[in-house]
Design a protein around this ligand. Structure first.
Ligand SMILES: [Zn+2]
Length: 78
């Protein structure tokens, strides 16, 4: 039986939603402490979450840049 590093509570496998930098990655397997709710991810899950969050953040940035460009073009033409 695994125990929590923080409070020594019992850690159980569960499916959770993770929020990284404003991006929510749903349905991730994690070991969750039954006492303090601390989440533990394995290396593969952790890197997957980082990858998804990074990808979304990058796309969002591109999208916003495009939006601003379009906005400026419209302003300039008017
Ligand atoms: Zn704990």
């Amino acid at each position: 039986m695994k125990t929590c590093y923080l409070c020594k509570g019992i850690v159980e496998l569960s499916i959770v939603d993770v929020e990284v930098g404003g991006v929510i990655v749903k349905d991730m397997p994690a070991e969750v402490c039954s006492r303090c709710k601390e989440k533990y991810f394995d290396t593969r899950t952790a890197s997957f979450i980082q990858e998804v969050a990074g990808c979304v953040a990058e796309k969002k940035k591109e999208y916003l840049i495009e939006k601003f460009k379009t906005a400026y073009k419209i302003k300039g033409a008017a």
